[in-house]
Design a protein around this ligand. Structure first.
Ligand code: AKB
Length: 315
């Protein structure tokens, strides 16, 4: 049975991933860590961990006897543009410390990369797995560096490091913090609460997205996959749908016909969105480890609105 240390367990993905890892591997075999305390309802082993501090990372691995690190701690794209130095420290020092401890302890690693590793010179439609990566956000630059470091530790030291390029992730449990794709979560909350949303991304800006249950399945699947079929190991393109703000608004109107959409475009977010692909080619993930997301925009919208109505209005 694996013993897994999760960094960034308090984030949008970390909160849900920690829960499903505990269901699969046992509560005490999954050690949640974060720079902040976890919500009280998250019961199970927990340590405060600042991934920038190499000694803390080494001590956490030593004390918990973990053999796998799922490294979710990081600063996302919008927050990264506000605090570029902090984004660099957390995103780069973090993955470096994780890979070093994995090398020394012979541990396995999961590294979440992003569509942000692509840039304005990348082919925007059906973006290939292996293509130009010249991102223009600090987050994208830190994630490409992370991908390359993961490759390096795998090739040079044989570290079992696997990873995905995530698109925008949509979920109803924990809110996202500081991403460009966050609008696709906030729109559902505001639709249920106010019947209207003011969107910071312009109509016509297509980005890849995925519903959280598919993202969680993908992490478990790649970590358990037989690596004999792997060509890539890390940084697999993953996506389940691509839409623009008008597309998601139209789906919401199937449930809330009077839903109103206004636009107040945020130039920082818009510049990032414009530099990212419209739609990814996920063939490598499908062929090498069986990526097979279940939710499209319609199925996700049905589920999101049902769950948010229960959560926010008790309906
Ligand atoms: C962001 O918008 O920064 C993230 C991402 C796509 O990596 N959700």
């Amino acid at each position: 049975m694996k013993r897994i240390l999760v960094t960034g367990a308090n984030g949008q993905i970390g909160v849900e991933l920690t829960r499903i890892l505990r269901d699969s591997y046992g509560r005490d075999n999954v050690i949640a860590t974060d720079i902040k305390e976890l919500p009280e309802d998250m019961d199970g082993p927990f340590r405060i961990l600042d991934v920038r501090d190499a000694n803390m990372v080494h001590e956490a691995m030593e004390r918990t006897r973990a053999d796998t690190i799922i490294h979710m701690a990081g600063i996302l794209s919008a927050k990264g543009e506000e605090y570029p130095q902090l984004a660099w420290e957390i995103n780069i020092q973090g993955i470096y410390n994780v890979l070093e401890v994995a090398r020394i302890k012979e541990a396995s690693v999961f590294f979440p990369s992003s569509i942000a590793t692509f840039g304005p010179t990348t082919p925007a439609r059906n973006t290939p797995q292996d293509t130009v990566q010249r991102p223009t956000s600090i987050y994208g630059i830190s994630k490409v560096t992370g991908e390359l470091l993961c490759d390096y530790y795998h090739i040079k030291y044989g570290v079992d490091v696997r990873g995905l390029r995530f698109p925008g992730l949509i979920s109803h449990k924990a809110l996202p913090g500081g991403g460009t794709t966050d609008y696709a979560v906030h729109i559902y909350y505001d639709a249920v609460k106010h019947g209207a949303y003011t969107c910071p991304i312009s109509a016509g800006s297509y980005m890849d997205m995925m519903y959280m249950p598919d993202a969680l399945d993908a992490v478990l699947q790649i970590m358990e996959a037989d690596p004999r079929k792997f060509v890539h190991w890390n940084a697999f393109n993953t996506s389940a749908m691509s839409f623009d703000p008008e597309g998601i608004a139209a789906e919401i109107r199937r449930h809330i016909p009077d839903f109103e959409m206004r636009y107040e475009v945020n130039p920082v977010l818009q510049r990032i969105a414009d530099s990212w692909p419209d739609s990814l080619d996920c063939t490598a993930a499908r062929e090498e480890w069986g990526f097979n997301p279940r939710y499209d925009l319609t199925a996700m919208t049905d589920d999101m609105l049902k769950r948010l109505r229960e959560k926010l209005t008790g309906e």
